[in-house]
Design a protein around this ligand. Structure first.
Ligand code: SAH
Length: 214
């Protein structure tokens, strides 16, 4: 067994002990090579359960948070999923193992280009990318059965809720009061939506508009 295999086993055991139970999610974390998404200087931490810095002052989410949000999203094999905040592309590739097609939006061209290179390298054929403002969602491709946001929204993102199919689920970190973020799960109903609070978190903010010059 290589050192990487050993670190992977420890990571999976840690996730299980913190309550992640969905075997499809755990398998995806085991299969996807996280080192591909991690900057050179942090390679030795690729399987540590911690967030890591990436380009453009953004962060690659902690494996536990990726596993937790993915589990709560309850993704099915036939589903069409929208992700806001591609970042490194790690969460995107995890979701790509679990659904039919994933649409992902990033506001930094630099990050999107690097993520697209990784998707090609991993021969991931069910990912469609867009340089854009995720606040607006992807109206042309709506409705989505699942939507995940990996940056903290200043309030409930109404435009994204509108792009959910009836019965669809949105998992999103929201700044519920100044300096306090929580992961919320929104389920779209016929008439309206329901809202559950899942966990306090710290994410980089969801920002308006496409980033200029990067
Ligand atoms: N899932 C990514 C998380 C990256 S951090 C990973 O694990 O690598 C959050 C990302 O959301 C950043 O890349 C940031 O640029 C992006 N982001 C913030 N606001 C956005 C917006 N309005 N539209 C699209 N992407 C946005």
């Amino acid at each position: 067994m290589t050192a990487t295999d050993q670190q992977k086993i420890e990571l999976i055991m840690g996730l299980r002990s913190r309550g992640i139970r969905d075997t499809r999610v755990l398998e995806a974390i085991e299969t996807v090579p996280r080192e591909v998404f991690v900057p050179d200087t942090f390679q030795d931490l690729a399987y540590a359960d911690q967030a890591l810095p990436i380009e453009c002052g953004q962060t690659l989410s902690q494996p536990f948070i990726v596993a937790f949000m993915t589990e709560k999203l309850k993704v099915g094999e036939r589903m069409k999923v929208l992700e806001i905040g591609t970042g490194s592309g790690y969460q995107t590739v995890i979701l790509a193992q679990l659904c039919r097609r994933i649409y992902t939006i990033e506001r930094y061209r630099t990050l999107l280009k690097s993520a697209e290179r990784r998707f090609a390298e991993l021969r991931q054929a069910n990912i469609t990318t867009l340089l854009g403002d995720g606040n607006k969602g992807w109206p042309k491709q709506a409705p989505f059965e699942r939507i995940i946001v990996t940056a903290a929204a200043p309030q409930l993102p109404r435009q994204l809720i509108e792009q959910l199919a009836v019965g669809g689920i949105l998992v999103v970190p929201v700044e519920v009061s100044p300096g306090r973020q929580e992961i919320l799960r929104i389920t779209r109903t016929e008439e309206d939506f329901t809202r559950e609070s899942l966990m306090p978190v710290r994410f980089v903010p969801l920002v308006e508009g496409i980033a200029r010059g990067m």
